[in-house]
Design a binder for this molecule. Structure first.
Ligand code: SF4
Length: 66
């Protein structure tokens, strides 16, 4: 599955990291979402229910998945 982050939509709500440890925060940017183990704003992962839940649960749709 492909995951894309839209940091301009992130409000640092923190929900995504509670569902998947693939998400983390950028301490230098007020807690805006980043990938924990990947550089950049887009990455491919094996299909993962927790990643999908994190994506679907983001209140501002800052995490796109397909
Ligand atoms: S759940 Fe959405 S708004 Fe909250 S930190 Fe994650 S990406 Fe940002």
């Amino acid at each position: 599955m492909n995951i894309k982050l839209l940091p301009e939509k992130c409000i640092a709500y923190g929900l995504c990291q509670t569902y998947s440890k693939e998400f983390d925060y950028d301490d230098d940017d007020d807690g805006i979402v980043v990938f924990a183990n990947h550089d950049g704003l887009e990455a491919n992962f094996p299909d993962d229910a927790d990643l999908l839940l994190a994506s679907k649960s983001c209140p501002t749709k800052a995490i796109l998945s397909d």
